[in-house]
Each structure stands twice: as structure tokens, then as C-alpha cells.
Write a protein that binds this ligand. Sequence first.
Ligand code: ADP
Ligand code: ADP
Length: 231
Amino acid sequence: MTQLHARGLVKSYGPTPALRGLTLDIAEGEIVAVTGPSGCGKSTLLHCLAGILRPDAGEVTWRGHRIDTWSEAARSRLRRTEFGVLFQFGHLVAELTGAENVALPLLLAGTGRRAARTAALNWLDRLGVAELADVRPGEMSGGQQQRCAIARALVTEPRVLFADEPTGALDTVTGEQLLTHLVRLAGEQRTAVVLVTHEPRIAAYADREIVMRDGVIDHTGLGLDAPLAGG
Ligand code: ADP
Ligand code: ADP
């Protein structure tokens, strides 16, 4: 069932068109990779879907609600609850430990300290980095930081996770390990993932690949891991 629906999205930065009438549906629990050459509008699409940017025209509907017309405060609240966002560099808070970083979204949502810490430790463990609970980001590798960032993005159990080049700063092996975790954990709780990437190997982890060109969808394909129709 479609949960997130974008219709006729148009967005320009001054004279530069980034989206030129793009329509897209994302179903519950679906993992969608958005690919295409640099500058084709991938990040802009992600920002519009996640409610970070407002499109100039078109609409974004979440579970039947027109969210692109919501106030900044309402969209921001959505990104702390039903939506999650993950960027290329995890943007962990340098002064906080791994566990404190992961607990942060829960604390902001009003969860008690003890429960938030328990959940954070559980998520670090699920990402295979329990040992980072008391380590600060400055002492972690890039891959370790991104695992903490994924734990932080999933700890609120969002219904959609928006990920912009989440493996872009990592080497291939580390990036693929990270994607494996992300896809498995999202699947376990039926979190849909919108994954912007320019790496075909990463797109292969998705259920569906959306290939963009010049602000529109050029074509749609299955992730390479998907079973081929007719064997
Ligand atoms: P992609 O993620 O595929 O690289 P973007 O969505 O970042 O594409 O960019 C689409 C187009 O919009 C490009 O031409 C880019 O230069 C332009 N653009 C993106 N962000 C801005 C901005 N903040 N100001 C001006 N132009 C921008
Ligand atoms: P991100 O949010 O992906 O880390 P930035 O921090 O550069 O990227 O984005 C800052 C703001 O610039 C965004 O909230 C948006 O208004 C605008 N923006 C969106 N896409 C781009 C882009 N590709 N390049 C530069 N600015 C962008």
C-alpha cells in the first residue's frame, strides 16, 4: 500500500531547475534506491519527500496528509517521529558518547533517561558496535560513526528512513556491510528506506531503483538482488 506519494514535484534554485514534475509512490517497508548522474536532482527529491524543502509546485502526501503545506515546526516534528534522516557524514554530536548520541532522539521525544539508554545500548548491539557505547565520535572510525548514526536514525522506529549517500564516505567493503545492516534492520520493523546513491552496487540492495535524469524519473528498475521474472 502506498504510504508516501509525491505528485508533479517542481523545484528550482533561482534559475536552476532541480525537479521538473516528478511523480513517485513509496509503499510501506519498501526499499527504494534513487540513482542518476550528479546534479540530476536526487538530493532535492529526498529533501522534498522528507519535508526539509518545500517544492515550488506539486504535492507530497504522507498517509493521506498533504505534508508539503505544513509549517516548518510540523514538518520538523514529523522528521523526529515517523520519518528518520541519515546523511553521508553521520553528524554525531562530538561531545556525546555513542550511547548518548543514539539516545538523543528518544530524549527529545520525551522518553525517560533510563529507557532511552537501554534502547540505545540495544540498537548499538544490533548494529554490532556495543563496544562504542562509551566512546566519543572522535575516537571512532568512519564506519563506526555511520553505524552509530544508523542506530540513532532507527532508534525511534521511523516508518520511512531518508538516507542521502549514507555510504559515500566509506570504502566499498565497509559501505556494503553498513547497507546490509541497514536493509536487514529496516526490514525487521517494516521501515521504508529512500536511499540516494550514485553507486550501482549499493542500489542493488533496494527493492526498486529509480533512475533520475534532469529532474525527472528516466526509468525504474528492480534492484539487482531481486529475483528475475520468469527465472
Ligand atoms: P544530485 O543530488 O542528483 O546531485 P541536487 O538535487 O543536489 O542533485 O541538485 C540538482 C540541481 O540543483 C543541480 O543543478 C544543483 O547544482 C542545483 N542545486 C542544488 N542545491 C542547490 C542550492 N542550494 N542552490 C543552488 N543550486 C542548487
Ligand atoms: P545536507 O542537508 O544534505 O547535508 P546541506 O547541509 O548542504 O546538505 O543542505 C543545506 C540546505 O541547502 C538544505 O536544507 C537545502 O535547503 C539546500 N540544499 C538542498 N540540496 C542541496 C545541495 N545538493 N547542495 C547544496 N544545498 C542544498
